[in-house]
Design a protein around this ligand. Structure first.
Ligand SMILES: Nc1nc2c(c(=O)[nH]1)N[C@H]1C(S)=C(S)[C@@H](COP(=O)(O)OP(=O)(O)OC[C@H]3O[C@@H](n4cnc5c(=O)[nH]c(N)nc54)[C@H](O)[C@@H]3O)O[C@H]1N2
Ligand SMILES: Nc1nc2c(c(=O)[nH]1)N[C@H]1C(S)=C(S)[C@@H](COP(=O)(O)OP(=O)(O)OC[C@H]3O[C@@H](n4cnc5c(=O)[nH]c(N)nc54)[C@H](O)[C@@H]3O)O[C@H]1N2
Ligand code: SF4
Ligand SMILES: [Mo]
Length: 702
């Protein structure tokens, strides 16, 4: 076979959802991966880690056969023996039936997240939950706090088309680090600079690679963004820079709102954010200088106990200047709410399921450890069935998670591509296909296309797709659902057919990608927001967006419920994404690991002196939840009192064997839950032990 370029889609959990051109060398092998030039959002740009995907697909450590554990829990591949699929599925079905008989099916918890964003492979697990009557999952790792905050004002989850950024005169990247986390945004920022002479503002607690490119970097304290937003609103109102007409016609702005913002002065915000009054006023003036201001909003500032309120306060800004009314103006958090995909068949929503309990995904530690409140008077969890996620590393409160996974009476199945920190605890490990080895369909957060990712190469070893594993398991459990009579393609076809306003499979297949963008007037809410009164809400009804709205501010405001630093815990920790990893994916590929080297703590040089630390040596970070050993690196791109660890390194990459989420609380953000990854107060001290080499040798990285 002659090498060919074939169209695909990046399956990873990244808003860019890039259209890919994959070099297919033969039936089994890929070469380099490129961004599709013809795609209007991807525009030929993708991140480096995915361009070298051959390292991941053809990795020597890929799981290729079903395994059963014959040795110790938590250790790794040496403790497993190869088995056949029949034995694997029979064992799982047998144990599930046994557990369901003894404790009820709700003692089984199918657990998943977004290791792949393909609808077929990611969301099919709901069918098992619904048809077997197991416990369900409230997914709270990522978007929950942000969603509630954005919807509180706008009533929906969509925003301005990022492809209009070339018309913007000001781009504000707020709480995101797209150079690392969604590189395509930077392509559109470059267009804005070139075509419209745009200025770039970045708002982030540390000098990220994105902040290095900014005309203005506001380096505020983590969790304080709402104070900055409120002070900007104050300046605009006080100095006559607000679009009063827009406020009157399109929002719920009132005298009470006006009085509220009178008290939110730059001086007030300076104290909370650690910025100077001058910086805040300068930013307010810049924001007011043009309506062609594009807010590209990330997740960073929402991963705090007050995360939803931070998002809501920031989402107020375009209403102040009327930026929504012009092309190149407005804001984008995510477009994912604009696709009217009908998932009833895929997720077996037709099967009654409301009676079963729902666990908070981020509270897997307390759930497995038997927390009464989490268990909701139901049986303990006796079995886990995990797809597309690595909770031993990514979930909050690692000590609790590992304690739970270590339970001798817990039966754990992990369906994975690699022997992750989570898979090491499993009784049965199943080998999973990668995106180039199965069919799937993708929608996006950063743009407006629906895309098809077809199977391009042969399946290695005995890997099976999530969909196929579910089909096999249903059979063994004597369960039936029409979705299991279909292969992925048939299920995609049926799903599209049942969805309004979306193309059919034949149309999708023609180019691999169909743009579902709304006309400008709808996209920028000129014909109304999706609230009841069609107005943007400065005073949201938080109870619409989650059950725990008590105490949330009545009008956009800084909500002081974060884990503030104090005398015993003087530092605030941010656990931002590392550039060469994607969550824990790519922590197995040699080039990514080589480039990231090892876990580091970024800390201000003055704090190194203040806490008598030695740069380049191990320090201990700790709080009531745990302790983490990590090497300190002096870095002046951060305020004193803030420290940053770029993640998500596997636990075994830390000298103490436990990673950064050991310090992150499993407390649920309000009003609807949500993990608080960047909201942690810690103490620090020099490590007195003798271990200095932080990189453990692992065969996978040689
Ligand atoms: N400290 C800290 N913790 C965080 C974050 C942070 O910023 N800081 N970020 C949080 C966020 S935003 C998120 S979304 C979560 C993400 O956490 P995860 O969803 O756990 O992370 P991923 O690495 O994206 O994917 C997990 C696994 O899915 C597997 N996988 C991929 N495709 C397939 C497939 O088709 N089938 C099967 N069976 N498996 C597959 C991959 O091999 C990978 O090991 O982490 C959260 N944790
Ligand atoms: N390379 C790489 N790319 C990724 C990922 C990855 O792990 N690595 N993860 C993927 C996933 S699942 C997601 S959800 C997205 C997330 O991507 P982003 O939207 O970029 O969000 P975060 O991961 O939360 O963090 C981004 C930035 O927010 C900053 N931040 C933290 N706290 C605050 C705060 O209180 N205020 C402000 N203003 N900023 C704050 C952090 O310092 C960081 O630079 O990226 C995706 N892309
Ligand atoms: S930027 Fe995001 S969507 Fe694009 S290739 Fe990289 S990880 Fe995938
Ligand atoms: Mo995420």
């Amino acid at each position: 076979m002659v090498s060919q370029r074939k169209r695909s889609v990046c399956p990873h959990d990244c808003p860019s959802v890039c259209a890919l051109d994959v070099e297919v060398l033969d039936e089994k092998t890929i070469g380099r991966v490129y961004g599709a030039k013809s795609h209007s959002y991807t525009a030929g740009v993708i991140c480096a880690k995915v361009s070298r995907y051959a390292e991941r697909v053809h990795h020597p450590d890929r799981l290729l056969y079903p395994l059963k554990r014959v040795g110790k829990r938590g250790v790794g591949i040496s403790e497993y023996a190869r088995i056949g699929w029949d034995e694997a599925l029979e064992t799982i079905a047998h144990r599930f039936k046994h557990i369901a008989d003894e404790y009820g099916a709700q003692a089984i918890w199918p657990y998943h997240y977004a290791g792949t964003m393909g609808w077929m492979q990611r969301d099919g697990l709901d069918r098992l939950r619904h048809c077997l009557g197991t416990s369900r999952q409230h997914s709270t790792f990522c978007i929950t706090l942000a969603d509630a905050g954005w919807k509180a004002g706008t009533g929906t989850k969509r925003g301005s088309d990022a492809r209009l950024m070339h018309k913007s005169e000001l781009v504000v990247i707020w709480g995101g680090n797209p150079v690392s986390t969604q590189v395509n945004v930077m392509h559109h920022v470059t267009q804005a600079k070139r075509v419209s002479g745009a200025k770039l503002v970045v708002i982030d607690p540390y000098r990220t690679k994105t902040a290095e490119k900014a005309d203005m970097h506001l380096m505020l304290k983590p969790g304080t963004d709402a104070a900055l937003a409120c002070a900007v609103i104050h300046v605009l109102l006080e100095e006559g820079l607000a679009d009063r007409d827009y406020l009157a016609r399109h929002t719920d702005f009132s005298d009470v709102t006006e009085q509220h913002f009178k008290t939110r002065t730059p001086q007030w915000a300076a104290e909370i954010t650690g910025l100077t009054e001058q910086e805040i006023i300068e930013f307010a003036h810049l924001y007011a200088s043009t309506r062609k201001s594009f807010l590209r909003i990330g997740y960073g500032f929402t991963r705090s106990r007050n995360g939803s309120t931070n998002m809501h306060a920031i989402s107020c800004l375009p209403a102040l200047t009327g930026a929504w009314t012009v092309e190149g103006g407005g804001a984008l958090y995510s477009q994912s709410g604009m696709y009217a995909l009908n998932t009833e068949l895929l997720r077996a929503l037709d099967v009654p399921h409301e009676h079963t309990r729902v666990f908070d995904q981020s509270r897997i530690g307390p759930v497995l450890c038997g927390d009464d409140k989490d268990l909701q008077d139901g049986p303990p969890v006796k079995a886990l069935f995990i797809q597309n996620t690595n909770p031993a590393v990514v979930a909050p409160d690692t000590n609790q998670v590992l304690k739970g996974l270590a339970r001798e009476d817990l039966f754990t199945v992990v369906h994975e591509q690699f022997m992750t920190d989570t898979a090491r605890w499993a009784d049965i490990v199943l080998p999973a296909t990668m995106f180039l080895e199965h069919d799937d369909m993708y929608t996006a957060g950063g743009h407006t296309h629906i895309q098809l990712g077809p199977k391009l190469i042969d399946v290695p070893g005995e890997c099976r797709s999530n969909h196929d594993v579910l089909r096999g398991l249903f059979k063994q459990l004597d369960l039936h659902h029409p979705a299991n009579d279909m292969n992925e393609r048939e299920l995609i076809e049926a799903t599209l057919k049942a969805s309004e306003l979306l193309p059919d499979l034949a149309e999708l297949e023609k180019t691999g990608s169909v743009d579902c963008a709304l006309p400008f007037a709808s996209a920028n809410f000129k014909d109304g927001f999706e609230t009841k009164d069609k107005r943007f809400h400065f005073s949201p009804d938080w109870s619409l967006w989650g059950p725990n709205a008590e105490g949330m501010p009545a009008i956009a405001d800084f909500w002081d419920v974060i884990d503030q630093s104090n005398d015993t815990h003087p530092l605030r920790l941010v656990t931002a994404p590392a550039r060469q990893f994607l969550n824990t994916s790519f922590t197995e590929t040699p080039t990514s690991v080589r480039m990231e080297k090892q876990p580091y703590l970024l800390i201000h040089p003055d704090d190194i002196d203040r806490y008598n630390l030695i740069e380049g040596k191990l320090v201990v970070l700790g709080n009531a939840l745990g302790e983490v050993l990590i090497e300190a690196k002096a870095f002046d791109g951060v305020q004193r009192g803030t420290v940053v660890v770029e993640s998500l390194w596997p636990n075994h990459r830390f000298v103490g064997g436990i990673g950064i989420n050991a310090l992150v609380s499993a407390e649920a953000g309000k009003p609807n839950g949500g993990a608080v990854y960047h909201d942690t107060a810690v103490w620090i001290k020099q490590y007195a032990g003798t271990v200095h080499n932080n990189v453990q040798s692992e065969p996978s990285d040689e």
